[in-house]
Write a protein that binds this ligand. Structure first.
Ligand SMILES: [Zn+2]
Length: 276
């Protein structure tokens, strides 16, 4: 039996503590944030489990009761890659939050230019699901996601947007190597005809230090990498030819580094590559 309640606000979480008759406590927190839906799957007859990457709380898993009914209040608002405002209740010691209210800000999942773009969108979701811990806010990563989502719908921009997300995801995780100088001797790599990448060392190397045969990155790809790491995505020209080979060496290097750093293979990387 409910006897009393106590309210408090901490770090954008509105908590209500219920005191039950037998002395136990039930703490329910209201979570409110912008979010992007990165995965959904059905639960029971009419419910939906939603994995959302939120601006304030990081990755959350929640239940949307009745979301699969035709006249659900969530209809059209919890589709994959929808940018939403979400309100949810979180109980102590429960993994799934209860989704209470969703406002659609913009849908990115329905306007893909082609199947390849659709796979690239799903790659973003797979990377966030497989490599990002739950309940760990990361504002720069959320902003990166919102920056890339509209670009990845456009077939003329999607390869560049994918590369941009992959490089910055590694960079934000502290897993992307310094690229300006040789990791061994420190010489500047900006004027080198070829730059080499040692995946075992996770270093960019000059021709003198590469030791054995290592994959090289052309000067054009190296310049592209410099632009990716120093300019907003919207300022970059999309015609870098990642699919037709011009910058394939850079895409290969980044994909190798992704799978090596996170110690797993990403299914969507293979699917996207097979669509090239
Ligand atoms: Zn060197």
């Amino acid at each position: 039996m409910l006897k009393a309640s106590q309210k408090c606000r901490r770090d954008d979480i509105y908590s209500v503590t219920f005191f039950w008759g037998h002395g136990s406590l039930l703490v329910v927190s209201l979570l409110e944030s912008e979010a992007v839906v990165i995965k959904t799957y059905p639960l029971a007859e009419a419910d939906k489990i939603v994995v959302a990457y939120t601006r304030k709380y990081g990755k959350l898993r929640g239940v949307a009761r009745g979301a699969r009914r035709l006249r659900s209040r969530f209809a059209g608002r919890l589709e994959l890659f929808s940018w939403i405002g979400i309100s949810a209740f979180e109980r102590e010691n429960q993994d799934l939050v209860q989704i209470d209210k969703v406002d659609l800000i913009r849908s990115f999942g329905l306007g893909c230019g082609n199947y390849r773009c659709f796979l690239q969108l799903n790659l973003l979701g797979e990377l966030l699901i497989e490599t990002v811990p739950e309940h760990e806010p990361n504002e720069p990563l959320f902003r990166l996601l919102l920056l890339v989502l509209p670009e990845i719908q456009d077939p003329t921009r999607s390869d560049l947007a994918q590369l941009y997300f992959e490089v910055w995801h590694l960079k934000l995780a502290g897993l992307f190597p310094s690229y300006r100088t040789c990791g061994q001797c420190g010489v500047s790599l900006f004027n080198a005809a070829h730059v080499f990448y040692g995946s075992a060392l996770n270093m960019f190397l000059c021709g003198n230090c590469k030791g054995k045969a290592l994959p090289s990155i052309s000067s054009k790809s190296y310049q592209l990498l410099h632009h990716v790491l120093t300019e907003p995505l919207g300022h970059l020209n999309g015609s870098f030819g990642l699919t037709d080979g011009d910058s394939r060496d850079l895409a290969d290097m980044v994909e190798t580094q992704l799978q090596r750093s996170f110690e797993r293979r990403f299914d969507c990387l293979t699917l996207v590559r097979n669509q090239s």
